[in-house]
Design a protein around this ligand. Sequence first.
Ligand SMILES: *Cc1c(COP(=O)(O)O)cnc(C)c1O
Length: 365
Amino acid sequence: MDQAREEILSYEKSEKPLARGEREALLRNPGWGRVFTDHMVTIRYKEGRGWHDGKIRARTDVRLEPGSMVFHYSQEIFEGLKAYRMPDGGAALFRPDANARRFRNSAERMAMAPLPESMFLASVREIVSVDREWIPSAEGAALYLRPFMIATEVALGTKPSAEYLYCVVASPVGSYFKGGAAAVTLWISENYTRAARGGTGAAKCGGNYAASLAAQAEGAREGCDQVVFLDAVERKWVEELGGMNVFFIFDDGTLQTPPLTGTILPGVTRDSLITLGHDLGLTVREQPYAIDEWQADATSGRLREAFACGTAAVITPIGKVKGKSRAFSIGDAEPGQLTQRLKTALTDIQFGRAPDPHGWRNRLF
Ligand SMILES: *Cc1c(COP(=O)(O)O)cnc(C)c1O
């Protein structure tokens, strides 16, 4: 690690870190994604030169020429992962290697320079290490890490940028939804789709989010918390939420989630829950599920529970689903028992409260 630090990142520690009292006040109620730590990581890329000028430095503005390509053609990708406070006061990341790999895959899809996984890992480990006082210790809280990369070549021609800026910022976070662990209501997006075969649905790029916001706003007008997207071809198969994967639990103890066909973001949480489902003795299916089946099964009681999952919101039970011409509830619209068991299994590993049989914890200190 020290060697990686020397080779990849030079240190310019902040001369003005936030005073302890102010930091602790912010950590008591950080909200979600509004508070940032003292430092950031930046690494630059230039064609012919490769990755260079890696730094851990005081967090500051990023200055860009207005002609920088990211402003015009949106070559931008990001990641999201958390550093968790361990019971002994140390800290660990959860499967950061999976984020490093996905970041590479996203870069390739967007024709951007792939960041070597070793650099990604060094960057996230180092920012947590230098800003370790910012890892909250309240129940369920964590230090959210946001690595991202933008096209910085100054040019208006449409071609892949020859220059990139990779950055990592860190933000202490509490619960994603204001209601905490209460069940959410979903709006079925019928006017908008999120991703089509051959598109960018499996890449973690900002453009996917930009494209989902009109649907999200429509859902909010309908009194819903989140949007659920259907496939773009048949407008029938449940895909995922704007930023979370979706799971279904049936009365025979089967756990089901839509398969990864290129239009769904391959969530690390999704992948982990498939493994934990097997560990808990559930039958796990990666199989398409139609919106009509969902309604019929929820009404008949064959479907017992449904939940959304992702790093940010962890596991969020789905209580109700609404669309232009339908509305139904799942179970008694309360968080289900198996949903809760899966959440406990996952978060006990993430927070170091349980053994780590799959080697998912990446201990930092
Ligand atoms: C990030 C993301 C997810 C969840 O992925 P995790 O790795 O579990 O955090 C799901 N869907 C979309 C669209 C995402 O961007």
